[in-house]
Design a protein around this ligand. Structure first.
Ligand SMILES: [Zn+2]
Length: 475
């Protein structure tokens, strides 16, 4: 029994873009058919998306909700919870977001997972999943728990190779422990999702700039620099190559040196994939000098025009596979409260405009195909994070997670019109399309800018990464 048909003339399917009818029964797509070839029975709704773009719902594989936010005075707060971030995601055509569970926040990994689920269950308007974050000196009991969690649907493990700032000691995992985690990943079909910077270089530069009386945040690119990304990426990759079957996803790649390290490893057959962030694609360290320049920052740091060009080139040669946000949803006051290299707030608000912004930049301004754009904002994340083809595809059997983008809606982004934070790093940007409808598992949760969903719509997603992703670079 078909409940709903979405008819479009630019429907982005895994087989290509064209005119199709998507038939939806319950929460699934049950057929992708020639227009008009399916019977739309009484009681079924026909959504006519002619002239619009029909694509899988966006997937943001890197968001932080209800997240520890250090203040410059040493106290800490929490960023906005899933209640707000997931709703903003839905407004922007994103239907799945992946956050982080800190394994240290429980008696065991399993306990930490159960506690984190309490933050999400009944608090999310979109579907969600969790990366497992390991930090600091890893207890020997952790490895067996990680293996169990990977098998239970949490196949991605976040690892830091740096403490990021001098005040955040306790995040960095040493290379011996990373080696042990890689063995667990390889044996269980997991993927290492890495925050990779060379801690020695980064901490050396903090000391040097503070000594030289140059602690202003505009100098962040000197601290979290391209040399650090070069050395650290290559060291992590070298370690992974010693543990056969270790797949890597390099989070927030920011520099040409990182892109090169990924590209060269892929040429050797290493199963490695790159993520960059929307702000790294579109801002440089020169933007730190603009008013409230902290709003463009997230760690590691914005880099040069040349680095930015390398990130874009990476989206064409396969070394950059996903564009995420590193969402940290907080107020402008919190985002700009730190103004030093060692206390500037990281992360960025952007889960809502990400899909439209990337459509504008990729399809509108750079001539990317609709398929490549959809790969970069949805399908590749689904594949790498173990959600495909349930998510990230308009295909029979897939969840009916759909974003309809309207190229007739050429709005200018204003923070006041968005549903996250009280600022946006994209203020004043002209868009070339905007989502006019979002569907989550067959339910229309946003239409014409009106939120029609609920905070109990979102479901945790069991994930399993396909063996092709792990056996070699396949995207
Ligand atoms: Zn992050």
């Amino acid at each position: 029994m078909i409940d709903l048909v979405v008819r479009g003339d630019a429907v982005v399917t895994p087989q290509g873009v064209g005119a199709f009818d998507l038939a939806i029964a319950g929460d699934r797509i049950v057929a992708v058919a020639a227009p008009g070839s399916l019977p739309v029975l009484d009681g079924a709704r026909l959504i006519d998306a002619t002239g619009k773009i029909v694509m899988p719902g966006g997937i943001d594989p890197h968001v932080h909700c209800k997240w520890f936010l250090p203040n410059p005075d040493g106290t800490a707060g929490l960023t906005d919870p899933p209640d707000i971030v997931s709703r903003a995601a839905v407004h922007g055509g994103t239907t799945t977001i992946i956050d982080f569970t800190r394994c240290s926040q429980g008696a065991s990994v399993q306990d930490a997972i159960a506690r984190r689920e309490e933050d999400w269950k009944g608090h999310s308007a979109c579907d969600y999943a969790q990366h497992l974050m390991v930090e600091g000196a890893l207890p020997v009991t952790l490895f067996a728990q990680l293996a169990e969690a990977i098998q239970a649907g949490f196949p991605t493990v976040k690892i830091f190779t740096t403490d990021i700032t001098p005040s955040r000691k306790g995040r960095m995992v040493d290379f011996g422990d990373i080696w042990e985690v890689f063995q667990v990943l390889a044996a269980n079909g997991g993927v290492g999702v890495i925050h990779s910077e060379d801690n020695d270089i980064v901490m050396h530069m903090y000391g040097k700039l503070i000594r030289e009386g140059r602690p202003e945040f505009v100098n962040l690119a000197e601290v979290h620099n391209t040399l650090s990304e070069d050395i650290s990426f290559r060291r992590v990759i070298r370690l992974a190559e010693q543990v056969r079957g270790t797949a890597l996803y390099m989070m927030h790649t920011s520099a040409a040196s990182g892109v090169s390290a990924i590209r060269e490893a892929r040429a050797r057959g290493v199963p490695i994939y790159g993520e960059s962030l929307h702000q790294y694609m579109l801002y440089t360290n020169e933007d730190y000098r603009r008013p409230n320049g902290q709003i463009y920052h997230t760690y590691p740091s914005l880099k040069s025009v040349e680095d930015q060009a390398a990130l874009w080139a990476g989206t064409l040669d396969g070394s950059i596979n996903c564009v995420a946000t590193d969402e940290i949803c907080c107020t402008l006051k919190q985002k700009i409260q730190g103004a030093r290299i060692d206390d500037t707030t990281g992360g960025n608000a952007g889960v809502e405009p990400r899909v439209a912004l990337m459509y504008t930049e990729m399809v509108g301004r750079r001539g990317y195909s609709l398929s490549r754009f959809v790969d970069l904002v949805a399908s590749n994340a689904a594949k790498l994070m173990g959600l495909y083809p349930r998510k990230g595809a308009l295909a029979a059997g897939s969840d009916a997670d759909i974003c309809v983008l309207d190229p007739g809606d050429r709005r200018v982004i204003r923070a006041a019109d968005l549903h996250e934070a009280d600022y946006t790093p994209w203020e004043g940007r002209q868009m070339l399309a905007w989502p006019c409808l979002t569907m989550l598992r067959g339910k229309v949760v946003m239409e014409g800018g009106r939120f029609l969903g609920g905070l109990d719509d979102g479901r945790w997603q069991h994930r399993k990464v396909a063996s092709e992703i792990i056996s070699g670079p396949c995207l």
